[in-house]
Design a protein around this ligand. Sequence first.
Ligand code: GCU
Length: 413
Amino acid sequence: MPQLLQILCLCFSLVFQIQAREAKEYDKDVQYDESKLPPYDLPPLLTTSSGQSVETPEAWMQQRRPEILSLFANLIYGRVPAPAKPIEVSYEVVLEDEGFMDGMATRKDVKIHLENAKGRMSMHFLVFVPNNAQKPVPAFLKHSFNNTQSDDFDASSTRPGFLKNGWPLGELFKRGYGFCAVYQQDLVRHNEVEFLHSIHKLFYPERQSFPKSHEWGVLSACAWGASRAMDYLETDPAIDHSRIAIMGHSKMGKATLWTAAQDERFALAISAQSGCAGAALWRRKSGETLKKMVTRFPYWLCRNAWKFVEQEDDLPVDQHMLLACIAPRPVYVHSSTDDTWADSRGEYLSAYHASEVYQLLGKKALESSKLPEVGKPIIKSHVGYHIREGGHSIEMYDWQRFMDFADYHLQAK
Ligand code: GCU
């Protein structure tokens, strides 16, 4: 027995050593020094690919925006192909608890079933609605890392006070919001072999087993799932589906921006520390780069994106254009001082450059390229922003700013 224990310990220590070495290798050559970043020119937002200048809201909405979305679909996140056979959707309410948090809210667990001849997938969707609401409530829809089928979320996160990395349900209910969550792994797994068991399987025609180079990876599949959750919300009378704020942190912040850019039913978007492939500009190459991303997470983006590794200047898009596709709907970007991997300055600059489109559409947006100071959130603007002291997480301070931004834009409606 002691021998077996020794062997086990040895194995664990070997695994840790290998992981530590890989992490070291991976973190090599990361550039954080502002003075060493490459010079770059961003692709113009307001000139079409055929060189026409975009001068009116109509030209933006009808011509340039669709052109940009198509570039993001084909080159960055991957296009969702037509399904092999039409997908039938059904909703099943598997639990309804009106006494949630001592009667403060109703918790509903909904299963969204997606089915065709190629298979069946079910997405578990959580919906919480405050019980004192007199009319349908606006809500936050979170692209979540939490497994919505477990009760993990409720032990710590239901306290009206707070929790780290959790959901401030009490605070949301007090401010009159519902809260909904989708769990990424219900639909999609993390490599192309596992895609055979993910939502992708419903879409592959005969003899296709992997996405084509311009077809969807993980982030696009997450975005597609959030839109299916929105389909459900359109049928739920307790929720005002015209006032849904979509949000997500980190990887899920990337998925959030791609969801909101494409699906105009989302009224507002919040990117929390989404970094590379989220709000941060590719061309700065600060912190995580395209190369680092496709090396460590080869299936998050589509394979076409790999072609631009160390060729970012050839990309006909940069991430400010993704944020601009959300206009005129409000967008909020959150960074923090120590989250250098996500390139806070690059996240802010993206929001700043996207502001050109908001202004064209007659909305108040960011006016300065200077990174705001900690403690000075920008709320009363269609492009909002704050940077917090600290690292890669969503703290209560961040949630409160998200709610302030939503109060300003959604509660008055
Ligand atoms: C990694 C990855 C980031 C991502 C983060 C997360 O750090 O490099 O791009 O945002 O994981 O999702 O937590």
